[in-house]
Design a protein around this ligand. Structure first.
Ligand SMILES: C[S@@+](CC[C@H](N)C(=O)[O-])C[C@H]1O[C@@H](n2cnc3c(N)ncnc32)[C@H](O)[C@@H]1O
Length: 409
C-alpha cells in the first residue's frame, strides 16, 4: 500500500443513520453520512472559507459544512433531481410563506378537482411508457398536482413543493419502492395497488415541512450555498476545501443514479432523463486501457478475463483522473481535498480507488495526509454483486469506505 491507510472505528458511526444529524427530505442513492464530513473537517481544522462538492448529490457535504460554520459552499451535479434536492434543503425560505402558499395551493387544487371535466384541459406529461409505470387515475392526479406546483411564481418555493411531488411520483408508480433501479411490481400486486395521490402528496409535504423547519431552516443563517446543475466548472485557486463522495464506478454497473431518478426527472420535464446514467462519470467509452500508475496492474488483471469490462473500468478512472486535475487546480495553496469512496470488486479484482485518488492528487501538487478506513454499515448501496454473472454467486464488493485527505502544497 503506497499511501497509508488507518482503520479508524470512530468513523464507523455504528448504529447511527443519516437522520441522526440531518434527516433526509428525499431519498437518494449512496448518500454520505454528514457525520463523516463534520468530524473530518474538524480534525483538519477547517471552519471557514469556501467549500466545494463537485458531485454533490443530495447535498450531505453541505450539511457537514453548515455544522462546522462554513459560510460559502458550492455544489455541482448533472442529475437534475440531485440538484433539486440540494437546493430545497439548503435554500432559506420563510416558513410562513411556505404555509401560506400551501393553503392557496390546496384550495386551488380542491376547487379544480370539483369538476371532473377540468382534467381534460391539462396536457399529459411526456413520459416513456407512461401506462406501464402509472395507472390512469394516478397520471391524472399527478398532472393536476404538477399543474398547480408550476403556477407558483417563486422558484425557491416551487422547488420546495417539487420535493414531495417527486417522492409521490415514485411512491404512486408501479415501481418496487425498495429498489433503486426501476423494476415494476409483480403483476398480481398491480390490481390491489390504488394509491391516493393527493393524500400521499400532502402527507409528504407536511412531513418535509416539519423536517425542514426543525433541522434545516434554523441553521441556514448567513450561509450561502450555490448548487449548479452542471459538470464541475473549474476556477483556479478558489476553494479552501473540497468535500465529496464521488461515484465509485460507472452508473451502469454500480449505482444507477439516473435510473433511480428517471420517473421524477421525466415528470419534471427533463426529456433526456433516460440518458443521464450514460452522461455520468465513466459513462463514455475508451479505446485503450489505462497503462500507467497504481490502477494499471489491476486493470490488466481484469483485461485477462474480460476485455470489455477492463475498458469500462478504464473509462471510469480516466474520468476521475481528469476531474481530479480540475478540482486540484481549483483548490488554494494549503487547501484540503477530502474524498470519501468505496473500493469495488470487478471480476474478483479489488480496485484500490482510495490509492488512485491519493496518487492523482499527489501528481497534481498535493501531499497525502491520511486515509481512514471505515466499516460501511449504513449506506444504501449494493454490497454484493455477481462477478461472473452466474445467478447466486456473489462476492462482497464494498464493506469498507475510505476517507482520503490531501493538502495542496
Ligand atoms: C455518491 S453520489 C453523491 C452523494 C452525495 N454525497 C449525497 O450525500 O447525496 C455521486 C453523485 O455524482 C453525480 N455525478 C456522477 N457523475 C458526474 C459528473 N460527471 N458531474 C457531476 N456529477 C456527477 C451523480 O449524479 C451522483 O449524484
Amino acid at each position: 500500500m503506497k499511501y497509508q491507510v488507518v482503520r479508524n472505528v470512530k468513523y464507523d458511526y455504528a448504529g447511527q443513520s443519516y437522520s441522526t444529524v440531518y434527516p433526509n427530505l428525499h431519498k437518494y442513492p449512496a448518500t454520505m453520512l454528514p457525520q463523516i464530513g463534520i468530524d473530518i473537517l474538524k480534525e483538519l481544522n477547517v471552519s471557514d472559507g469556501r467549500l466545494l462538492d463537485p458531485y454533490c448529490g443530495s447535498g450531505s457535504s453541505f450539511a457537514s459544512g453548515l455544522e462546522c460554520g462554513i459560510k460559502e459552499m458550492y455544489g455541482f451535479d448533472i442529475n437534475p433531481l440531485a440538484v433539486l434536492i440540494s437546493k430545497a434543503k439548503f435554500t432559506k425560505v420563510p416558513i410562513n410563506e411556505l404555509i401560506e402558499t400551501r393553503k392557496m395551493f390546496r384550495n386551488d387544487l380542491y376547487e379544480f378537482l370539483k369538476n371532473e371535466a377540468n382534467i381534460k384541459t391539462l396536457m399529459r406529461p411526456s413520459i416513456t411508457n407512461i401506462d406501464f409505470w402509472f395507472s390512469k387515475e394516478v397520471i391524472d392526479n399527478l398532472t393536476i398536482v404538477k399543474h398547480f406546483i408550476y403556477k407558483i411564481e417563486s422558484q425557491n418555493i416551487r422547488n420546495f413543493f417539487l420535493i414531495p411531488f417527486s417522492e409521490t411520483v415514485r411512491e404512486c408508480s408501479y415501481t418496487r419502492n425498495n429498489e433503486f433501479k426501476l423494476f415494476r411490481m409483480k403483476e398480481k400486486d398491480l390490481l390491489s395497488f390504488n394509491p391516493d395521490v393527493i393524500s400521499v402528496y400532502f402527507k409528504k409535504f407536511d412531513d418535509m415541512l416539519f423536517l425542514y423547519s426543525n433541522f434545516y431552516f434554523p441553521k441556514l443563517k448567513e450561509t450561502n450555498i450555490d448548487v449548479q446543475y452542471a459538470k464541475f466548472q473549474p476556477q483556479n485557486d478558489y476553494f479552501d476545501v473540497v468535500l465529496t463522495s464521488p461515484p465509485y464506478g460507472d452508473s451502469r454497473t454500480t449505482v444507477a443514479y439516473g435510473q433511480f431518478s428517471t420517473l421524477s426527472n421525466e415528470w419534471m420535464g427533463i426529456d433526456y432523463a433516460r440518458k443521464i446514467d450514460g452522461m455520468l462519470m465513466g459513462g463514455t467509452k475508451l479505446q485503450h486501457n489505462i497503462s500507467k500508475g497504481i490502477i494499471a496492474d489491476y486493470i490488466s488483471q481484469i483485461n485477462k478475463v474480460d476485455n470489455h469490462r477492463a475498458l469500462d473500468v478504464s473509462a471510469f478512472y480516466n474520468d476521475l483522473d481528469v476531474s481530479i486535475k480540475k478540482v486540484g487546480n481549483s483548490i488554494k495553496k494549503g487547501g484540503k481535498s477530502i474524498y470519501i469512496v468505496g473500493n469495488r470488486t470487478v471480476k474478483n479484482v479489488l480496485l484500490p480507488t482510495d490509492q488512485f485518488i491519493a496518487e492523482k492528487f499527489e501528481e497534481n501538487g498535493f501531499k497525502h495526509i491520511i486515509t481512514y478506513k471505515r466499516a460501511l454499515s449504513n449506506k444504501s448501496m449494493p454490497s454484493r454483486n455477481s462477478p461472473t454473472n452466474e445467478t447466486g454467486k456473489t462476492v462482497n464488493t464494498m464493506l469498507f469506505e475510505y476517507i482520503v485527505a490531501c493538502e495542496k502544497k
